[in-house]
Design a protein around this ligand. Structure first.
Ligand SMILES: Cc1cc2nc3c(=O)[nH]c(=O)nc-3n(C[C@H](O)[C@H](O)[C@H](O)COP(=O)(O)O)c2cc1C
Length: 208
Protein backbone atom coordinates (compact mmCIF):
# COMPACT_ATOMS: atom_id res chain seq x y z
CA UNK A 1 0.00 0.00 0.00
CA UNK A 2 1.39 3.38 -0.93
CA UNK A 3 1.25 6.05 1.73
CA UNK A 4 0.68 9.78 1.49
CA UNK A 5 4.20 10.39 2.79
CA UNK A 6 6.19 9.09 -0.17
CA UNK A 7 8.95 11.69 -0.61
CA UNK A 8 9.68 11.22 -4.35
CA UNK A 9 8.84 14.54 -6.06
CA UNK A 10 8.86 13.17 -9.65
CA UNK A 11 5.44 11.66 -9.43
CA UNK A 12 1.77 11.96 -10.12
CA UNK A 13 0.20 11.26 -6.74
CA UNK A 14 -3.29 9.83 -7.02
CA UNK A 15 -5.97 10.02 -4.37
CA UNK A 16 -8.45 7.22 -5.05
CA UNK A 17 -11.89 7.74 -3.51
CA UNK A 18 -14.38 4.85 -3.39
CA UNK A 19 -18.02 5.93 -3.22
CA UNK A 20 -19.00 3.08 -0.92
CA UNK A 21 -18.44 2.44 2.78
CA UNK A 22 -19.19 -1.30 2.47
CA UNK A 23 -16.51 -3.52 4.03
CA UNK A 24 -16.25 -5.66 0.91
CA UNK A 25 -16.93 -2.86 -1.55
CA UNK A 26 -16.16 -3.76 -5.17
CA UNK A 27 -15.47 -0.10 -5.85
CA UNK A 28 -12.79 -0.01 -3.17
CA UNK A 29 -11.40 -3.28 -4.56
CA UNK A 30 -11.27 -1.69 -8.00
CA UNK A 31 -9.20 1.18 -6.61
CA UNK A 32 -6.91 -1.25 -4.78
CA UNK A 33 -6.39 -2.94 -8.14
CA UNK A 34 -5.67 0.51 -9.62
CA UNK A 35 -2.87 0.89 -7.06
CA UNK A 36 -1.48 -2.46 -8.20
CA UNK A 37 -1.54 -1.74 -11.93
CA UNK A 38 -0.38 1.89 -11.66
CA UNK A 39 3.14 2.63 -12.93
CA UNK A 40 5.74 3.20 -10.22
CA UNK A 41 5.67 6.97 -10.79
CA UNK A 42 2.00 7.03 -9.76
CA UNK A 43 1.58 6.27 -6.04
CA UNK A 44 -2.09 5.61 -5.29
CA UNK A 45 -3.63 6.33 -1.89
CA UNK A 46 -6.99 4.61 -1.50
CA UNK A 47 -9.00 6.82 0.85
CA UNK A 48 -10.45 4.84 3.76
CA UNK A 49 -12.00 7.59 5.90
CA UNK A 50 -15.09 8.74 4.02
CA UNK A 51 -17.27 7.51 6.90
CA UNK A 52 -15.69 10.24 9.07
CA UNK A 53 -17.11 13.00 6.87
CA UNK A 54 -20.31 14.29 8.55
CA UNK A 55 -23.47 15.12 6.65
CA UNK A 56 -22.97 18.51 5.08
CA UNK A 57 -24.38 21.38 7.08
CA UNK A 58 -23.33 24.98 6.60
CA UNK A 59 -23.45 25.43 10.38
CA UNK A 60 -20.54 22.97 10.68
CA UNK A 61 -18.36 25.23 8.55
CA UNK A 62 -18.25 27.86 11.26
CA UNK A 63 -14.84 27.82 12.93
CA UNK A 64 -13.22 25.61 10.29
CA UNK A 65 -14.02 22.21 8.87
CA UNK A 66 -14.75 19.20 11.12
CA UNK A 67 -11.80 16.81 11.56
CA UNK A 68 -13.13 14.23 9.10
CA UNK A 69 -13.47 16.92 6.45
CA UNK A 70 -10.03 18.36 7.24
CA UNK A 71 -8.53 14.89 6.68
CA UNK A 72 -10.23 14.73 3.29
CA UNK A 73 -8.95 18.23 2.46
CA UNK A 74 -5.41 17.18 3.37
CA UNK A 75 -5.70 14.10 1.17
CA UNK A 76 -6.91 16.12 -1.82
CA UNK A 77 -4.19 18.72 -1.27
CA UNK A 78 -1.58 15.91 -1.26
CA UNK A 79 -2.83 14.59 -4.59
CA UNK A 80 -1.84 15.65 -8.10
CA UNK A 81 -4.87 13.78 -9.42
CA UNK A 82 -8.01 12.10 -8.13
CA UNK A 83 -9.64 8.84 -9.24
CA UNK A 84 -13.22 8.25 -8.10
CA UNK A 85 -14.98 4.87 -8.28
CA UNK A 86 -18.72 5.10 -7.83
CA UNK A 87 -21.34 2.41 -7.36
CA UNK A 88 -24.79 2.97 -8.88
CA UNK A 89 -27.45 3.57 -6.27
CA UNK A 90 -30.78 3.94 -7.98
CA UNK A 91 -28.92 4.85 -11.18
CA UNK A 92 -27.10 7.64 -9.42
CA UNK A 93 -24.22 8.45 -7.09
CA UNK A 94 -24.48 7.20 -3.47
CA UNK A 95 -25.23 9.90 -0.92
CA UNK A 96 -21.95 9.28 0.87
CA UNK A 97 -20.00 10.32 -2.22
CA UNK A 98 -22.26 13.26 -3.05
CA UNK A 99 -21.85 14.43 0.54
CA UNK A 100 -18.06 14.32 0.33
CA UNK A 101 -18.16 16.20 -2.98
CA UNK A 102 -20.42 18.87 -1.49
CA UNK A 103 -17.85 19.41 1.27
CA UNK A 104 -15.02 19.56 -1.25
CA UNK A 105 -16.93 22.08 -3.33
CA UNK A 106 -16.64 24.46 -0.36
CA UNK A 107 -12.86 24.08 0.01
CA UNK A 108 -10.21 26.33 -1.49
CA UNK A 109 -7.39 25.02 -3.69
CA UNK A 110 -5.31 22.92 -3.21
CA UNK A 111 -7.92 21.06 -1.10
CA UNK A 112 -10.71 21.50 -3.63
CA UNK A 113 -11.25 19.71 -6.93
CA UNK A 114 -11.22 23.01 -8.80
CA UNK A 115 -8.42 22.76 -11.35
CA UNK A 116 -7.59 19.22 -10.19
CA UNK A 117 -7.26 16.42 -12.75
CA UNK A 118 -9.99 13.85 -12.01
CA UNK A 119 -10.97 10.53 -13.59
CA UNK A 120 -14.09 8.50 -12.83
CA UNK A 121 -14.93 4.85 -13.03
CA UNK A 122 -17.28 2.50 -11.21
CA UNK A 123 -18.52 -1.03 -10.59
CA UNK A 124 -21.96 -2.55 -10.26
CA UNK A 125 -23.10 -6.06 -9.64
CA UNK A 126 -25.70 -5.58 -12.38
CA UNK A 127 -25.37 -5.41 -16.17
CA UNK A 128 -25.23 -1.65 -16.71
CA UNK A 129 -21.88 -0.83 -15.13
CA UNK A 130 -22.60 2.59 -13.57
CA UNK A 131 -23.07 4.38 -16.92
CA UNK A 132 -25.76 6.73 -15.65
CA UNK A 133 -24.15 7.20 -12.23
CA UNK A 134 -20.82 8.10 -13.84
CA UNK A 135 -22.54 10.56 -16.15
CA UNK A 136 -24.14 12.23 -13.14
CA UNK A 137 -20.83 12.22 -11.30
CA UNK A 138 -19.13 13.86 -14.27
CA UNK A 139 -21.79 16.56 -14.32
CA UNK A 140 -21.18 17.33 -10.64
CA UNK A 141 -17.43 17.44 -11.18
CA UNK A 142 -17.84 19.86 -14.09
CA UNK A 143 -19.76 22.21 -11.83
CA UNK A 144 -16.91 21.93 -9.33
CA UNK A 145 -14.47 22.92 -12.10
CA UNK A 146 -12.53 19.67 -11.89
CA UNK A 147 -10.38 19.00 -14.97
CA UNK A 148 -12.05 15.79 -16.08
CA UNK A 149 -10.22 13.11 -18.00
CA UNK A 150 -12.45 12.65 -21.07
CA UNK A 151 -11.29 9.16 -22.07
CA UNK A 152 -11.01 6.22 -21.58
CA UNK A 153 -14.29 5.31 -19.90
CA UNK A 154 -14.38 2.21 -17.70
CA UNK A 155 -17.74 0.77 -16.68
CA UNK A 156 -17.23 -2.46 -14.76
CA UNK A 157 -20.38 -4.56 -14.69
CA UNK A 158 -21.35 -7.91 -13.15
CA UNK A 159 -18.73 -7.57 -10.45
CA UNK A 160 -19.14 -11.17 -9.35
CA UNK A 161 -17.63 -12.24 -12.69
CA UNK A 162 -14.51 -10.07 -12.60
CA UNK A 163 -13.56 -10.13 -8.89
CA UNK A 164 -12.71 -13.30 -6.98
CA UNK A 165 -14.15 -14.21 -3.58
CA UNK A 166 -11.36 -12.30 -1.82
CA UNK A 167 -12.30 -9.14 -3.73
CA UNK A 168 -9.32 -9.23 -6.07
CA UNK A 169 -9.82 -7.99 -9.61
CA UNK A 170 -8.92 -11.10 -11.58
CA UNK A 171 -10.35 -10.44 -15.04
CA UNK A 172 -7.28 -9.75 -17.26
CA UNK A 173 -9.11 -7.50 -19.71
CA UNK A 174 -10.57 -5.33 -16.93
CA UNK A 175 -7.15 -5.09 -15.27
CA UNK A 176 -5.63 -4.01 -18.56
CA UNK A 177 -8.29 -1.36 -19.19
CA UNK A 178 -7.93 -0.14 -15.61
CA UNK A 179 -4.19 0.24 -16.16
CA UNK A 180 -4.88 2.27 -19.31
CA UNK A 181 -7.26 4.53 -17.38
CA UNK A 182 -4.77 5.11 -14.56
CA UNK A 183 -1.91 5.88 -16.93
CA UNK A 184 -4.11 8.21 -18.99
CA UNK A 185 -4.91 10.08 -15.76
CA UNK A 186 -1.20 10.36 -15.02
CA UNK A 187 -0.44 11.81 -18.46
CA UNK A 188 -3.46 14.11 -18.17
CA UNK A 189 -2.30 15.37 -14.78
CA UNK A 190 1.11 16.29 -16.16
CA UNK A 191 -0.49 18.50 -18.78
CA UNK A 192 -2.88 20.32 -16.49
CA UNK A 193 -1.65 23.80 -15.49
CA UNK A 194 -0.01 23.86 -12.09
CA UNK A 195 1.61 20.42 -12.22
CA UNK A 196 5.12 21.65 -12.99
CA UNK A 197 4.94 24.38 -10.38
CA UNK A 198 3.89 21.84 -7.75
CA UNK A 199 6.74 19.51 -8.70
CA UNK A 200 9.18 22.42 -8.41
CA UNK A 201 7.81 23.36 -4.99
CA UNK A 202 8.12 19.74 -3.88
CA UNK A 203 11.71 19.53 -5.05
CA UNK A 204 12.57 22.77 -3.24
CA UNK A 205 10.90 21.52 -0.06
CA UNK A 206 12.89 18.27 -0.36
CA UNK A 207 16.11 20.17 -0.84
CA UNK A 208 15.34 22.05 2.38
C1 LIG B 1 -29.47 1.45 -2.36
C2 LIG B 1 -28.90 0.67 -3.52
C3 LIG B 1 -29.29 0.98 -4.81
C4 LIG B 1 -28.73 0.30 -5.90
N1 LIG B 1 -29.09 0.65 -7.16
C5 LIG B 1 -28.50 0.06 -8.22
C6 LIG B 1 -28.77 0.52 -9.54
O1 LIG B 1 -29.54 1.42 -9.74
N2 LIG B 1 -28.13 -0.11 -10.57
C7 LIG B 1 -27.26 -1.13 -10.37
O2 LIG B 1 -26.69 -1.65 -11.34
N3 LIG B 1 -26.97 -1.58 -9.12
C8 LIG B 1 -27.56 -1.01 -8.05
N4 LIG B 1 -27.26 -1.42 -6.78
C9 LIG B 1 -26.32 -2.52 -6.59
C10 LIG B 1 -24.90 -1.99 -6.44
O3 LIG B 1 -24.38 -1.71 -7.71
C11 LIG B 1 -24.04 -3.05 -5.74
O4 LIG B 1 -24.55 -3.24 -4.45
C12 LIG B 1 -22.58 -2.64 -5.70
O5 LIG B 1 -21.86 -3.78 -5.33
C13 LIG B 1 -22.34 -1.51 -4.71
O6 LIG B 1 -20.99 -1.11 -4.76
P1 LIG B 1 -19.92 -1.58 -3.66
O7 LIG B 1 -19.67 -3.06 -3.90
O8 LIG B 1 -18.71 -0.78 -3.97
O9 LIG B 1 -20.47 -1.33 -2.31
C14 LIG B 1 -27.81 -0.76 -5.68
C15 LIG B 1 -27.45 -1.07 -4.36
C16 LIG B 1 -27.96 -0.36 -3.30
C17 LIG B 1 -27.52 -0.71 -1.89
Amino acid sequence: MHTPHDPNPHQVRVLAIPGSLRRHSYNRSLLEAAAEVAPSWMPVWVYEDLAEVPLFNEDLEVGGPPSGVQRLHDAVAWADAVLIATPAYNQSVPGVLKNALDWLSRADPPASLSGKPVAVTGVTTGPWGTRIAQTMLRQMLVSMQAVLLPQPMLYVREAGEVFDDAGRLVDPSTRERLGELVEALGMWAMHVPGYNARQRERRMAEAG
